[in-house]
Design a protein around this ligand. Structure first.
Ligand code: SAH
Ligand code: SF4
Length: 470
């Protein structure tokens, strides 16, 4: 298997666990009960990575806190997809000057996509002396070794070498919940959409071996998880870098074969690689949710071409129609970028037309954000921020209206939902999800958390449905 070349030697991974014990001893010299805080920005992949960071920290004897002043170690897991996320990270890291002043032994680490960009690593080095440790996504598997260097060396450590990426199996993990779990099946991206920084910071596509994915899914089911989301930047190209003949649809079938009552979700699907075999498989596998996040990004063919998306609006609409033929109850969501460099009024109208034609259950809309080093960053961009904001507001209105209309169509229906937590509000004190992933607020006993229950939907708005447990 070609992937073996990228796989970190298991002995090296085990070595990290030994280093956790060394770090634990050093931390105990500083305080009886070390506390750690992991702050996560960005996508679900980052959430999954943060669970691994917490896994390592737990092996170092840390308990967890949300209090920045109480924490002995703060790890900020950053995002680089849009400037807004970077600004938030930098603002919050600036504020950590106060916590470190109050507790000079505090260790502050920055990791993730933002700091994998050389200009950002440089900026942190020059302007944020409060940060002790910086490491990119490719170095996460050796976090214990890097932290130990800080604990023993009193020097700032920067580990952000450019790389195509590696794959590490067997890292510890402390998961956030008990009902829903993230399961990374692949890392990186080969698509190089012209606006996107992800391929530069996360490296090339690397698929985990199917047996490793299935083993982890079995462990999740055995531990009682009921909702498993398979993660990758483009799950539809799963397996293309392996030579074991298992593609994404076949991987779903293998996970569907695991005994137990649970749901399989996945994200994200690139439309160019979403196949009829995938839709057939989703329809045939009783555990696979009829939910598809299929980012279209734009509804105009010229824009799609300069975005390097490799499909036209018509081809996208055909895929949607095909998916709905297999799954008439499919819940469909999307991502859209407004104000891509040079997008005209008329081109933006094509996006509105496409959204009205598809009628998404929900849309995630973003104003284009210029990313250093991407091809779009050097494209002429004559439109003002105000033009883009106007388009964004219009699209949001369309999206909110359609979501509300679609949610109202649920009224009076009886559905199976998975109760996943408490809302902290009354009277709808529980939150749950439909098979298609729509949020349902319920009234009921907290003992229902983690169970599939039947509910009657009594109402709905743009953001959620409301129901009664039967
Ligand atoms: N791999 C996933 C998404 C990764 S980023 C996919 O291809 O669908 C999540 C979303 O952020 C993207 O779908 C896109 O809509 C948005 N995005 C990415 N780069 C952006 C940029 N430079 N400006 C604004 N939005 C962006
Ligand atoms: Fe970015 Fe495109 Fe890859 Fe998604 S598919 S991560 S948008 S380059």
């Amino acid at each position: 298997m070609k992937i073996e070349k990228k796989l970190i030697d298991p002995a090296q991974v085990r070595r990290q666990e030994e280093l956790c014990l060394e770090a634990a001893a050093l931390l105990r010299e500083r305080t009886e009960r070390p506390l750690a805080l992991v702050d996560t920005y960005g996508c679900q992949q980052n959430e999954a990575d943060s669970e691994k960071l917490r896994g390592f920290l737990a092996e170092m004897g840390c308990a967890f806190t949300e209090d920045e002043f109480a924490a002995d170690i703060i790890v900020v897991n950053t995002c680089a997809v849009r400037e807004h996320a970077e600004m938030r990270v930098l603002g919050n890291v600036g504020a950590l000057n106060h916590t470190k002043k109050a507790k000079p032994s505090q260790i502050i680490a920055l990791c993730g996509c933002m700091v994998q960009q050389p200009h950002m690593a440089q900026k942190v080095k020059a302007s944020y002396p409060v940060v002790d440790l910086v490491f990119g996504p490719h170095e996460l598997w050796r976090f214990p070794e890097l932290l130990l260097r800080v604990l023993t060396g009193h020097k700032r450590v920067f580990a952000t070498e450019q790389s195509d990426g590696v794959l590490a199996e067997g890292l510890p993990s402390v998961r956030d919940g008990k009902v829903k779990a993230w399961l990374s099946i692949m890392y990186g991206c080969n698509n190089f959409c012209s606006y996107c920084v992800v391929p530069y910071v996360r490296g090339r596509e690397r698929s985990r071996r199917p047996e490793d994915v299935v083993r982890e899914a079995e462990a999740l089911v055995a531990a009682g998880y009921k909702d498993i989301t398979l993660l990758g930047q483009n799950v539809n190209s799963y397996g293309k870098d392996l030579d074991c003949g298992v593609n994404f649809a076949q991987l779903i079938r293998r996970i569907n074969d695991i005994p137990g009552d649970f749901l399989i979700r996945f994200m994200t699907s690139h439309p160019k690689d979403a196949t009829e075999e995938l839709f057939q498989t989703m329809a045939a596998c009783e555990k696979c949710a009829h939910q598809l996040h299929l980012p279209v990004q734009a509804g105009n063919d010229r824009i799609l071409k300069v975005m390097n998306r490799n499909y036209t609006a018509a081809q996208y609409l055909e895929k949607v129609a095909l998916a709905r033929r297999y799954m008439p109850d499919l819940v469909l969501t999307t991502d859209i970028i407004v104000g891509f460099p040079g997008e005209t009024e008329e081109e933006f109208e094509d996006t509105i037309r496409l959204c009205e034609a598809v009628r998404y259950d929900a849309m995630f809309t973003f104003i284009y954000s210029k990313r250093v080093g991407t091809p779009a960053a050097s494209m002429p961009d004559p439109y003002t921020r105000a033009d883009k904001q106007r388009h964004f507001d219009r699209l949001t209105e369309v999206s909110n209206r359609i979501s509300a209309e679609k949610h109202r169509e649920y009224e009076g229906r009886t559905l199976r939902v998975l109760v996943d937590g408490e809302t902290g509000r009354t009277p709808y004190n529980l939150s749950s999800r439909t098979n298609g992933g729509r949020l349902v607020h319920l009234q009921g006993e907290p003992a229902l958390i983690g169970q599939f229950v039947r509910v009657k939907i009594t109402g709905g708005n743009t953001w959620a449905l409301y129901g009664e447990a039967l």
